[in-house]
Design a protein around this ligand. Structure first.
Ligand SMILES: Cc1cc2nc3c(=O)[nH]c(=O)nc-3n(C[C@H](O)[C@H](O)[C@H](O)COP(=O)(O)O)c2cc1C
Length: 194
């Protein structure tokens, strides 16, 4: 494929208009579309070709989703410092987990050394970004959470995650009700040309 101006503009547009989304319509996502975005994920760069990413797709209405929503509910009740907010916060996260049109947990293999674990985590984060950009190109929004839905110690066991792996995030996916605003510093604020 040649890199023409149109392709460059399209890539830049997809990158810049992708937003973190947590409010979705009820529209279902075809499995074929989810497969396409997962296929984008696995083309991320990865040092030593470790292909360290592991994805767990949780069907809406499925047993695994219900178990994780319940575990997260319990975890939030027990770990919210402000006891007045614990119940509403626990109910909210359980509802979000149960109702998200698609839900994907992402893990990264650790490997034989700290150095490789860190490289693998970076590669898996690139995979998540690939997934989010491909999802956005399909009209989907993704919310990447490293918060409550990733905290229960039994999570990996319920998902069947490999023991030699660590969580990278919980991805809420759906068709957005709206695209939120975001902002960035200027490139010149974060770059030095030497
Ligand atoms: C590693 C990582 C973890 C994140 N975890 C959370 C999270 O737990 N909760 C949340 O609301 N957003 C989370 N986000 C999303 C960021 O808050 C979001 O990317 C940021 O606000 C910028 O918004 P934008 O993605 O729409 O540009 C996470 C993003 C990354 C990269």
């Amino acid at each position: 494929m040649t890199t023409d101006t149109l392709a460059v503009e399209s890539v830049m547009q997809v990158i810049k208009t992708r937003r973190t989304v947590r409010d979705f319509t009820e529209q279902e996502i075809p499995d074929s579309v989810l497969s396409t975005v997962l296929d984008a994920a696995i083309w991320a760069p990865n040092h030593r070709m470790t292909e360290p990413w592991r994805f767990y797709v949780l069907k809406k209405g499925g047993e695994a989703r219900q178990s994780i929503a319940d575990l997260t509910h319990v975890w939030t009740l027990e770990n919210t410092p402000n006891k007045n907010q614990a119940q509403s916060s626990a109910d909210a996260v359980r509802n979000e987990l149960l109702n998200s049109p698609a839900l994907i947990y992402v893990y990264s293999l650790l490997g034989p050394s700290d150095e490789i674990a860190e490289e693998n985590y970076s590669a898996t984060s690139c995979a998540v970004q690939n997934l989010m950009l491909a999802a956005h190109a399909h009209g989907l929004g993704v919310g990447w959470s490293t918060g409550k839905p990733t905290r229960h110690p039994e999570l990996g066991r319920v998902l069947g995650a490999e023991s030699d792996s660590r969580i990278v995030g919980c991805l809420y996916i759906g068709y957005p009700t709206e695209l939120p605003e975001s902002r960035r510093l200027n490139v010149s604020d974060v770059t030095r040309w030497l």
